[in-house]
Design a binder for this molecule. Structure first.
Ligand SMILES: O=C(O)CCC(=O)C(=O)O
Ligand SMILES: [Fe+2]
Length: 218
Protein backbone atom coordinates (compact mmCIF):
# COMPACT_ATOMS: atom_id res chain seq x y z
CA UNK A 1 0.00 0.00 0.00
CA UNK A 2 2.79 2.40 -0.85
CA UNK A 3 0.44 4.69 -2.79
CA UNK A 4 -2.03 5.05 0.08
CA UNK A 5 0.81 5.87 2.47
CA UNK A 6 2.12 8.51 0.11
CA UNK A 7 -1.33 10.08 -0.08
CA UNK A 8 -1.67 10.03 3.69
CA UNK A 9 1.71 11.71 4.05
CA UNK A 10 0.79 14.36 1.49
CA UNK A 11 -2.48 15.17 3.28
CA UNK A 12 -1.10 15.29 6.81
CA UNK A 13 -0.58 18.87 8.02
CA UNK A 14 3.03 19.88 7.51
CA UNK A 15 4.39 20.76 10.93
CA UNK A 16 8.02 21.67 11.16
CA UNK A 17 8.65 21.97 14.83
CA UNK A 18 12.13 22.66 16.07
CA UNK A 19 13.56 21.88 19.45
CA UNK A 20 15.80 24.66 20.79
CA UNK A 21 16.90 22.64 23.82
CA UNK A 22 15.21 20.40 26.38
CA UNK A 23 11.97 22.21 27.32
CA UNK A 24 11.95 24.73 24.44
CA UNK A 25 10.31 24.42 21.02
CA UNK A 26 9.44 26.54 18.01
CA UNK A 27 6.03 25.62 16.58
CA UNK A 28 6.07 26.97 13.03
CA UNK A 29 2.81 28.57 11.92
CA UNK A 30 0.94 27.29 14.98
CA UNK A 31 -1.07 30.53 15.40
CA UNK A 32 -2.14 30.83 11.75
CA UNK A 33 -5.31 28.80 12.24
CA UNK A 34 -6.58 31.34 14.79
CA UNK A 35 -5.15 34.44 13.09
CA UNK A 36 -8.48 36.21 12.48
CA UNK A 37 -9.72 35.72 16.05
CA UNK A 38 -6.37 36.82 17.52
CA UNK A 39 -6.22 40.03 15.47
CA UNK A 40 -9.82 40.92 16.24
CA UNK A 41 -9.23 40.39 19.96
CA UNK A 42 -6.05 42.44 19.78
CA UNK A 43 -7.95 45.43 18.36
CA UNK A 44 -10.37 45.32 21.29
CA UNK A 45 -7.51 45.20 23.82
CA UNK A 46 -5.54 48.05 22.24
CA UNK A 47 -8.64 50.27 22.11
CA UNK A 48 -8.99 49.86 25.91
CA UNK A 49 -5.31 49.82 26.85
CA UNK A 50 -3.21 51.52 24.15
CA UNK A 51 0.45 50.65 23.57
CA UNK A 52 2.86 52.74 25.63
CA UNK A 53 6.61 52.93 26.19
CA UNK A 54 7.45 51.96 29.75
CA UNK A 55 10.41 53.30 31.69
CA UNK A 56 12.97 50.92 33.21
CA UNK A 57 13.89 51.19 36.90
CA UNK A 58 17.11 52.80 35.65
CA UNK A 59 15.13 55.55 33.93
CA UNK A 60 15.42 54.44 30.29
CA UNK A 61 12.41 54.50 27.95
CA UNK A 62 11.94 51.02 26.48
CA UNK A 63 12.00 50.96 22.67
CA UNK A 64 9.33 48.22 22.67
CA UNK A 65 5.79 49.56 23.16
CA UNK A 66 3.70 47.42 25.53
CA UNK A 67 0.23 46.68 26.79
CA UNK A 68 -1.40 43.72 28.55
CA UNK A 69 -4.49 41.58 28.73
CA UNK A 70 -5.68 39.34 31.54
CA UNK A 71 -6.03 39.60 35.32
CA UNK A 72 -2.39 40.70 35.67
CA UNK A 73 -0.25 42.98 33.52
CA UNK A 74 3.53 43.37 33.51
CA UNK A 75 4.65 46.92 34.23
CA UNK A 76 7.94 48.69 34.72
CA UNK A 77 8.60 52.11 36.20
CA UNK A 78 11.15 53.86 38.42
CA UNK A 79 10.04 51.62 41.33
CA UNK A 80 10.84 48.37 39.50
CA UNK A 81 9.21 45.58 37.52
CA UNK A 82 6.02 43.87 38.70
CA UNK A 83 2.69 42.37 37.79
CA UNK A 84 -0.23 44.67 38.53
CA UNK A 85 -3.99 44.09 38.13
CA UNK A 86 -4.45 47.78 37.27
CA UNK A 87 -3.33 49.58 34.12
CA UNK A 88 -1.45 52.60 35.53
CA UNK A 89 -2.47 54.72 32.49
CA UNK A 90 -6.24 54.21 32.87
CA UNK A 91 -6.48 53.34 36.55
CA UNK A 92 -8.71 50.42 35.52
CA UNK A 93 -8.15 46.65 35.30
CA UNK A 94 -6.37 45.44 32.17
CA UNK A 95 -8.66 44.24 29.33
CA UNK A 96 -9.82 40.68 29.92
CA UNK A 97 -7.99 37.73 28.39
CA UNK A 98 -9.76 36.83 25.14
CA UNK A 99 -10.96 33.22 24.80
CA UNK A 100 -8.99 32.87 21.55
CA UNK A 101 -5.79 33.86 23.43
CA UNK A 102 -6.40 31.36 26.24
CA UNK A 103 -7.13 28.55 23.82
CA UNK A 104 -4.07 29.16 21.64
CA UNK A 105 -1.77 29.42 24.67
CA UNK A 106 -3.11 26.21 26.20
CA UNK A 107 -2.92 24.32 22.90
CA UNK A 108 0.64 25.42 22.14
CA UNK A 109 1.80 24.64 25.68
CA UNK A 110 0.18 21.19 25.57
CA UNK A 111 1.70 20.52 22.16
CA UNK A 112 5.14 21.31 23.60
CA UNK A 113 4.55 19.03 26.59
CA UNK A 114 3.12 21.42 29.20
CA UNK A 115 -0.47 20.29 29.70
CA UNK A 116 -2.91 22.36 31.76
CA UNK A 117 -1.41 25.81 31.10
CA UNK A 118 -3.84 28.55 32.13
CA UNK A 119 -2.16 31.95 31.71
CA UNK A 120 -3.32 34.89 33.80
CA UNK A 121 -1.19 37.48 31.98
CA UNK A 122 -0.57 38.28 28.35
CA UNK A 123 2.13 40.87 27.75
CA UNK A 124 1.77 42.39 24.29
CA UNK A 125 4.87 43.92 22.70
CA UNK A 126 4.94 46.09 19.58
CA UNK A 127 8.20 46.39 17.66
CA UNK A 128 8.96 48.72 14.77
CA UNK A 129 12.04 48.78 12.52
CA UNK A 130 15.07 49.25 14.77
CA UNK A 131 13.30 48.14 17.96
CA UNK A 132 15.11 45.48 19.98
CA UNK A 133 14.67 43.65 23.25
CA UNK A 134 17.90 42.98 25.08
CA UNK A 135 18.73 39.60 26.60
CA UNK A 136 16.73 38.96 29.78
CA UNK A 137 15.10 36.20 31.81
CA UNK A 138 11.34 36.14 32.47
CA UNK A 139 11.51 35.72 36.22
CA UNK A 140 8.86 37.99 37.73
CA UNK A 141 6.31 35.16 37.67
CA UNK A 142 5.41 33.38 40.89
CA UNK A 143 5.27 29.84 39.53
CA UNK A 144 8.33 29.10 37.41
CA UNK A 145 6.93 25.58 36.92
CA UNK A 146 4.64 27.08 34.27
CA UNK A 147 6.00 27.72 30.76
CA UNK A 148 6.10 30.87 28.64
CA UNK A 149 4.19 30.80 25.35
CA UNK A 150 5.26 33.46 22.85
CA UNK A 151 3.32 34.22 19.66
CA UNK A 152 4.83 36.22 16.78
CA UNK A 153 2.62 38.29 14.46
CA UNK A 154 3.48 40.74 11.68
CA UNK A 155 6.93 41.43 10.27
CA UNK A 156 9.72 38.90 10.93
CA UNK A 157 12.29 39.11 13.70
CA UNK A 158 15.33 37.22 14.89
CA UNK A 159 14.77 35.78 18.36
CA UNK A 160 17.83 35.20 20.51
CA UNK A 161 17.64 32.11 22.66
CA UNK A 162 20.54 31.87 25.08
CA UNK A 163 21.48 29.81 28.07
CA UNK A 164 21.04 30.10 31.82
CA UNK A 165 23.89 32.62 32.05
CA UNK A 166 23.69 35.95 30.27
CA UNK A 167 27.12 35.32 28.74
CA UNK A 168 26.12 31.96 27.17
CA UNK A 169 26.10 31.96 23.38
CA UNK A 170 22.58 32.57 22.03
CA UNK A 171 20.93 30.71 19.14
CA UNK A 172 19.46 33.00 16.46
CA UNK A 173 15.95 31.87 15.59
CA UNK A 174 14.12 33.62 12.72
CA UNK A 175 10.45 34.05 13.63
CA UNK A 176 7.64 34.81 11.19
CA UNK A 177 3.95 35.66 11.42
CA UNK A 178 2.16 32.81 13.19
CA UNK A 179 5.20 31.15 14.76
CA UNK A 180 4.96 30.19 18.42
CA UNK A 181 7.84 29.57 20.82
CA UNK A 182 7.28 27.68 24.07
CA UNK A 183 9.89 27.40 26.83
CA UNK A 184 9.49 25.85 30.26
CA UNK A 185 10.81 23.18 32.61
CA UNK A 186 14.63 23.12 32.42
CA UNK A 187 14.50 25.95 29.82
CA UNK A 188 12.21 28.26 31.80
CA UNK A 189 14.95 30.67 32.90
CA UNK A 190 16.91 30.76 29.66
CA UNK A 191 18.02 34.25 28.61
CA UNK A 192 16.29 35.48 25.46
CA UNK A 193 15.79 38.65 23.45
CA UNK A 194 15.07 40.07 20.01
CA UNK A 195 17.62 41.59 17.55
CA UNK A 196 16.82 45.05 16.14
CA UNK A 197 14.08 44.55 13.55
CA UNK A 198 14.81 45.25 9.89
CA UNK A 199 12.34 47.50 8.04
CA UNK A 200 9.65 45.33 6.48
CA UNK A 201 5.94 45.26 5.72
CA UNK A 202 3.23 42.79 6.61
CA UNK A 203 -0.04 42.76 4.67
CA UNK A 204 -2.25 42.77 7.75
CA UNK A 205 -0.16 44.34 10.52
CA UNK A 206 1.70 46.94 8.49
CA UNK A 207 5.26 47.87 9.41
CA UNK A 208 5.33 46.31 12.87
CA UNK A 209 5.71 43.08 14.74
CA UNK A 210 3.38 42.20 17.59
CA UNK A 211 4.42 39.58 20.10
CA UNK A 212 2.11 38.04 22.68
CA UNK A 213 3.74 36.35 25.67
CA UNK A 214 1.48 34.28 27.84
CA UNK A 215 2.51 33.79 31.44
CA UNK A 216 1.21 32.35 34.66
CA UNK A 217 2.16 35.29 36.83
CA UNK A 218 0.39 34.48 40.13
O1 LIG B 1 9.11 39.48 21.34
C1 LIG B 1 9.56 38.38 21.63
O2 LIG B 1 9.68 37.48 20.80
C2 LIG B 1 9.99 38.09 23.05
C3 LIG B 1 9.30 38.92 24.08
C4 LIG B 1 9.82 38.69 25.47
O3 LIG B 1 10.79 38.04 25.69
C5 LIG B 1 9.11 39.28 26.62
O4 LIG B 1 8.12 40.00 26.42
O5 LIG B 1 9.52 39.02 27.76
FE1 LIG C 1 10.96 37.60 27.83
Amino acid sequence: MITADLFAAALAPVRQDESLCEGAMVLRGFALASEAALLQALDVIVAQAPFRHLVTPGGFRMSVAMTNAGPLGWVSDRRGYRYDPIDPDSGKPWPSMPAAFLRLAAEAAAYAGFAGFVPDACLINRYEAGTRLSLHQDRDEHDLGQPIVSVSLGIPAVFLFGGLQRSDRAQRVPLAHGDVVVWGGPARLRYHGVLPLKPNHHDVLGDCRINLTFRRAS
